[in-house]
Design a protein around this ligand. Structure first.
Ligand SMILES: *[C@@H]1O[C@H](CO)[C@@H](O)[C@H](O)[C@H]1NC(C)=O
Length: 485
């Protein structure tokens, strides 16, 4: 999340973790078996779309999310002067496209101790819009941070019944009595201090589920799901941030964990936070640039949304496997564009060079197979090739990452079914001179090409130490063309 200082929340969470005990999931088993009432949200950053001109600029996001089974966008707002104009557009577009939205207040910007009336006022302004998400007939409201908010004063200012699901922290708000549900933001394995795990300080996402569930004591849990985390802002901006959380197969593993856990709500973190590399929306979604295009250009993530589709359907149906929701054979693959051993320090844009936590990544190319029937998955990374006997349903595989072309195929009964060569090679050169630990995500069969629009490049050259063209290159014809494998 942009501009975020996480230290306070992470410390609060750590305090909660130390007393975490196994959660008794029995309480919600009937709900889960019925497979009803579950909802999927995606966190949507309003801070990078100030340049949108009309509700039509939101339509493709709304359509894509709805088609994937996402029920509502959590509109993350700060106190910017464009906030209400953009909320108007978003609510209007959602209504047109039969989507729901709700406001997620970013308490890095709203001061929890003094903003209850302001927050309540904004809720009131949007509460009666047709696209407003309601849960149990109440206006749904969420947050990023916000411990210390006067919830009663906020409710009173809103003047309507609220279903309040904030990102409060068990360690900072010991009693959950003021909320209807709790939202846990920590979607990545971490060290309890807002950085990647270290030996002896290794907190899983599941431990966060347990801490929240214990705290909520039967109230609804809004669980996080995120594919990745890499942020690499250098001195060209005022909020230097340069770290990763372990990614690798997180997206696949976490979805399987979600099917087991079966919380009432889940939130995908995020739809469009390009700066932290956890977007699953497309690059073409209109947005401005705070410098993240250095590590976002030519890095589509649409395959991650594709992978989520059968998982979302299975989650809503209360099933433990996505298998019966897989409608066609598909491979989703991803990898970083360079090996960890590549030294970019001389030309990198940050003060500290390699992102903190980089060593928690594997040098692997990951493949998730979504298969209608058993098949043989073959992945080739440079000179490394591996084949796997994959069962019908979803399965994950990996091959050691090597410089060169990346190709993938599915075979059955000795015949090739589908194959593709990735548009992006693994390179032995630093991309635009920097450490880029974002993921390139592709699919077989290949999806439509996707690239940043012109406004997504405005911060591209700021801070770069090497000449690098501010434009998409993968769809321009210079990339390797798929051939039969
Ligand atoms: C953290 O624990 C996971 C298993 O839960 C393990 O795979 C990983 O290597 C550990 N990381 C560190 C830095 O100890």
């Amino acid at each position: 999340m942009r501009f975020t200082s996480w230290s306070s929340l992470a410390v609060g969470l750590l305090a909660a973790m130390t007393s975490a005990a196994p959660y008794n999931y029995e309480s919600s088993v009937e709900d889960r078996q019925a497979g009803t009432g579950r909802m999927v949200f995606a966190h949507f950053m309003m801070g990078i779309i100030a340049n949108r001109q009309s509700s039509a600029d939101y339509d493709s996001d709304m359509k894509r999310a709805k088609a994937a089974g996402i029920d509502a966008f959590a509109l993350n707002v700060g106190t910017d002067d464009y906030t209400e104009k953009q909320l108007d557009f978003a609510y209007e577009s959602a209504a047109k496209n039969d989507m729901k939205v709700f406001i997620s207040f970013d308490f890095n910007w709203f001061a929890p101790a003094s903003s209850a009336a302001q927050v309540g006022g904004l809720i009131k302004k949007y509460a009666s819009k047709p696209a407003q998400l309601k849960v149990d007939n109440k206006i749904f409201v969420s947050s990023f941070n916000g411990d210390g908010l006067d919830v009663a004063a906020m409710r009173s200012a809103a003047g309507t019944d609220l279903y309040f699901a904030p990102n409060f922290h068990p360690g900072q708000t010991p009693d959950a009595k003021a909320v209807e549900a709790g939202f846990n933001w920590i979607a990545w394995p971490n060290n309890g201090e807002n950085r990647a795990p270290q030996p002896g300080k290794n907190i899983t996402v599941k431990a966060g589920d347990e801490a929240y569930s214990k705290w909520l004591a039967g109230k609804d849990y809004l669980a996080p799901v995120s594919p990745w985390f890499f942020t690499h802002y250098g001195q060209e901006v005022s909020y230097s941030k340069n770290w990763v959380f372990p990614g690798d197969l997180l997206w696949y593993n976490r979805w399987n964990e979600i099917l087991e856990l079966g919380p009432r709500f889940i939130e995908i973190i995020t739809w469009n936070d390009y700066g932290e590399s956890h977007y699953i929306g497309n690059l073409a979604s209109p947005h401005s640039d705070d410098g993240n295009s250095k590590w976002v250009n030519d890095m589509p993530h649409n395959g991650w949304l594709d992978m989520a589709i059968p998982y979302i359907a299975a989650y809503k149906a209360g099933q433990k496997s996505p298998a019966s929701f897989i409608k066609e054979d598909k491979l989703i693959y991803w990898y970083r564009p360079t090996l960890k051993s590549l030294d970019c320090t001389a030309t990198d844009t940050t003060v500290d060079g390699r992102p903190n936590g980089y060593e928690t990544f594997e040098d692997s190319v990951f493949v998730v197979a979504l298969l209608k029937e058993d098949g043989k998955v073959t992945a080739t990374s440079g000179s490394n090739t591996k084949s796997f006997d994959a069962k019908a349903g979803a399965s994950a595989w990996k091959v050691d990452m090597a410089v060169g072309k990346q190709s993938f195929k599915l075979g059955r009964g000795g015949k090739e079914v589908i194959s593709a060569i990735s548009l992006r090679d693994v390179s032995d050169k630093c991309p635009c001179g920097i450490y880029n630990y974002n993921a390139f995500v592709g699919t077989v069969p290949a999806g439509p090409s996707d690239s940043l629009g012109p406004e997504g490049f405005t911060g591209f050259n700021k801070g770069l130490k090497v000449q690098c063209e501010a434009k998409p290159s993968l769809s321009s014809g210079s990339a390797p063309k798929p051939t039969s494998a």
